[in-house]
Design a protein around this ligand. Structure first.
Ligand SMILES: *Cc1c(COP(=O)(O)O)cnc(C)c1O
Length: 398
């Protein structure tokens, strides 16, 4: 045991020395434009609560009503006796909203991706995926044991060359994030779907950051590109714009049934507490019928983009509420985040292995809940922090 502990201690010291040690910060009270961390109020520019629904009293009320009616636990796996009325209603609402034949809910996005990919694909299959796909997709692909090829980020020429060079595989699939979670850019789904049709591939998308954010109806990236009926496997999460917890896949009734039999992260796990499913259902209803939240989100996004541009800071992308401000080194990214924290702003530094080596960044997210003056405060704090650190942001990590 002593030697193991010595190994662990050495590992943690090495992370510390490289500016890679991670810690948890405890948030008091609900999520929102402001959160309390360490007894101090901070403007929150780090959450994925894009529409400001995580702290919405209507979700809490739906959960509370369900708690009184349904109790807390689901008691068993969905396939045993843990599939409750709340799960069924959530899946019906999701399928209706997404215009899909069927929907299946998983406990988390991570579990959905691992479960879907390992259920549908095996050693005789081929999976082509983007180099910056989310870790849960990568883990699902590895677990499936399919033969895989990883294409350079959003590089459709490279993808087409790979598809042309390898025409084998019982099943063939292209798997991509829609909005890349640490970069905020959008996969060219229209071209991906064209290539998939030309080269006989299924398409699976992870729309975690697209749902509620993209598309006039908030139905996500496939709506944005007008390809909803050309993407066979549409996965997304309930933990971001919906303001809740859990994940779903939308597709055909047949897809749902296969996954119900074979997705091990669904079969061998307890159903979500019904109150979570009820709150998510209300989150989706609000997302669908309050488009003004999406309008406010994009107004805030444009306002922040213009403010940064005026300051001479050019984020790698401004198309979505995710603004990656690339710093490069891990230590400068952490100092920048610390300076912002001193000014009452929560903007967390994202370091490897979450992002590639040498591309540490501040990942700033705006939400519908932010006010103009919040964004002004962020811009002023960024300006001061950048000047104090010799313009590391204005150089964009170079
Ligand atoms: C957050 C996220 C997930 C994981 O979803 P959870 O519900 O938090 O487990 C999966 N894929 C992407 C792209 C994500 O951003």
């Amino acid at each position: 045991m002593e030697t193991v502990e010595a190994l662990w201690r050495a590992q943690i010291e090495e992370w510390s020395a490289r500016g890679l040690r991670r810690t948890l910060r405890t948030v008091e009270g609900p999520q929102g434009r402001e959160v309390v961390v360490g007894g101090r109020r901070r403007l929150n520019f780090s959450s994925n609560d894009y529409l400001g629904l995580a702290g919405d009293p209507r979700l809490a009320a739906a959960a509370a009503a369900s708690l009184r009616r349904d109790g807390f636990g689901a008691g068993a796996s969905r396939l045993v006796c843990g599939h409750m009325r709340a799960h069924a209603r959530l899946e019906e609402e999701l399928a209706r909203f997404k215009g899909a034949e069927a929907a299946l809910v998983f406990s988390t996005g991570y579990m959905a991706n691992v479960g879907i990919l390992s259920a549908l694909f095996g050693p005789h299959d081929r999976i082509f995926f983007d180099r910056l796909d989310h870790a849960s997709l990568v883990d699902g692909i590895l677990l499936s044991r399919a033969r895989w090829r990883r294409y350079p980020h959003r590089d459709m020429g490279a993808l087409e060359r790979m598809l042309a060079a390898d025409r084998g595989g019982r099943l063939r699939a292209i798997v991509t994030d829609t909005v890349f979670s640490m970069d905020g850019d959008i996969a060219p789904l229209d071209r991906i779907v064209d290539l998939a049709e030309r080269y006989g591939c299924l398409v699976m998308i992870d729309d975690a950051h697209g749902l509620g954010v993209l598309g006039a109806g908030g139905r996500g990236a496939a709506e944005h590109f007008g390809v909803e009926d050309r993407v066979a496997i549409r996965m997304g999460t309930l933990s971001k714009a919906v303001g809740g917890f859990g994940a779903y896949v939308c597709g055909s009734a047949l897809l749902r049934e296969i996954l119900l039999h074979r997705a091990r992260s669904l079969v061998y796990t307890t159903g979500l507490p019904p109150c979570v499913a009820e709150a998510c259902r209300v989150g989706i209803e609000i997302l669908a019928c309050e488009p003004e939240r999406r309008d406010r989100l994009h107004e805030n996004r444009r306002y922040l983009a213009a403010g940064l541009k005026a300051m001479g800071i050019v984020p790698a992308c401004t198309e979505t509420p995710i603004f990656p401000l690339i710093v490069g080194g891990d230590a400068p990214a952490v100092s920048l985040a610390r300076r912002l924290a001193d000014e009452g702003i929560l903007a967390v530094a994202i370091r490897p292995p979450t992002v590639p080596e040498g591309t540490a960044r501040l990942r700033i997210t705006v939400t519908a809940a932010h006010r103009r003056e919040d964004i002004d405060r962020l811009l002023e704090a960024l300006d001061r922090a950048d000047r104090a650190l010799d313009g590391v942001l204005r150089r964009g990590g170079r």
